[in-house]
Design a protein around this ligand. Structure first.
Ligand SMILES: Cc1ncc(COP(=O)(O)O)c(C=O)c1O
Length: 384
């Protein structure tokens, strides 16, 4: 490593959206200008173009874009008729939105634990959560496996349980669009997949955005109605209760351009993750990919036990190296969610991870000198 990289105190962005802007050049500006030219700001032609491009990319037959990843999740639950008396099994170690949407439709989130290696839903805890739900007089109706930090959950083990329990599986792939599981892309792993285009996501727009990916034509039709206030054959024909859940045309235009470079960005993310692991595996617990899975590395998250992760964050901060804790409190311990049930056996892995995880800067434009500076700083801090 060169000496300059070692001494450079310049702050490092956690995610460098500006570097991607430079790479995109004028293409995004021109795409936005085209929308400003035709003025079809709501469901303009770019929305359909984007949906077709996303479908071609992930192999799902239908893509219904929408206003956010949260709307994508909630619209699927609404379409599946999930409501009061229903239990929806969610991992506890995830972002709030996964369980929030369950409560929003009046159903009960039942929290399951995650697996130590992947941080994703533990199939055995899913089974236990169904039993817990039934014991409480709830109908187990759906499961929301989350593809946390960019790596798909273990669908070959989850799907048979979901089928045996008659659960509708909704993949929360807010962090994992573009990842693969046994040669299948995210979007084709569950009957419905929700993703997010929040700017910090691997494929992000310049505001809020999301999409549902599905092969189910009937579901896609209901989702298209739901995102426009439940409209039927015309604007003032209302056939169901819906919401205002459309993706803005300008955001679709941005995403069309970003999708063109996304495959290269995925390769860059994989390379950067491998470099991190090569530089850190001997000093800290680095993330593990399950055999047959790829990740889009929404986060590169290491683990440090015994309160050492807070010391690491404190040591890196003055060196201009940001870190983040995803997530410091498992959902079943968050105040609004404490009243909801946890699977028999509890969620000890989620609780432990919440105390041990720490994420390092991760994006497709992290150059080697900057990454070496981060790796060296982490190694120095852990030696201290
Ligand atoms: C796991 C997970 N689910 C759902 C969401 C919600 O996505 P959005 O912020 O686009 O509503 C996010 C994004 O933050 C997420 O990380």
């Amino acid at each position: 490593m060169n000496q300059r990289a070692r001494l450079d105190p310049a702050p490092i962005p956690f995610i460098d959206v500006a570097a991607q802007r430079r790479r995109l050049g004028r293409s995004v500006d021109e795409a936005i200008a085209r929308v400003l030219g035709h003025c079809q700001f709501i469901l303009g032609p770019e929305v359909r173009t984007l949906e077709a491009a996303l479908a071609a990319f992930c192999g799902a037959r239908h893509v219904v874009s929408c206003a956010s990843g949260t709307d994508a999740l909630v619209m699927v639950l609404m379409a599946a008729g999930v409501g009061p008396g229903d239990a929806v099994i969610c991992p506890s170690f995830t972002f709030t939105a996964t369980a929030e949407v369950v409560a929003l439709v009046g159903a009960t989130p039942v929290f399951a634990d995650v697996e130590e290696a992947s941080f994703n839903l533990d199939p055995e805890s899913l089974r236990a959560a169904c039993a817990t739900a039934r014991a409480l007089g709830l109908r187990p109706k759906a499961v929301i496996p989350v593809d946390l930090f960019g790596q798909p959950a273990d669908y070959d083990r989850i799907t048979p349980i979901a089928e045996a329990e008659s659960l509708f599986a909704l993949d929360d792939a807010a962090q994992a669009f573009g990842a693969t599981y046994k040669n299948r892309r995210v979007g084709a792993l569950a009957p419905a997949t929700a993703t997010s285009f929040f700017p910090a996501k691997p494929l992000g727009c310049y505001g809020d955005g999301g999409a549902v990916l599905t092969d189910d034509e009937e579901l896609a039709g209901v989702l298209r109605s739901l995102r426009v206030h439940g409209e039927g054959s015309g604007k003032y024909d209302c056939v169901r209760i819906g919401l205002n859940g459309r993706l803005d045309t300008i955001q679709a235009a941005v995403l069309i351009e970003k999708l063109k470079i996304f495959p290269e960005e995925i390769v860059a993310r994989e390379r950067i993750a491998r470099r991190y692991s090569a530089g850190l595996a001997d000093v800290v617990s680095v993330p593990k990919l399950a055999p047959g899975s790829t990740s889009v590395w929404a986060q590169y998250t290491i683990r440090l036990a015994d309160g050492r992760r807070d010391g690491l964050a404190a040591a890196l901060k003055p060196q201009g190296i940001p870190t983040a804790i995803h997530y410091p409190v498992p959902l079943h311990r968050q105040e609004p969610y404490r009243r909801f049930p946890v699977a028999e056996g509890g969620a000890p892995v989620s609780e432990r991870l919440a105390e041990e995880v720490i994420s390092l800067p991760m994006h497709a434009y992290l150059d080697e000198a900057t990454q070496d500076r981060i790796i060296e700083a982490v190694r120095r801090a852990l030696r201290a």
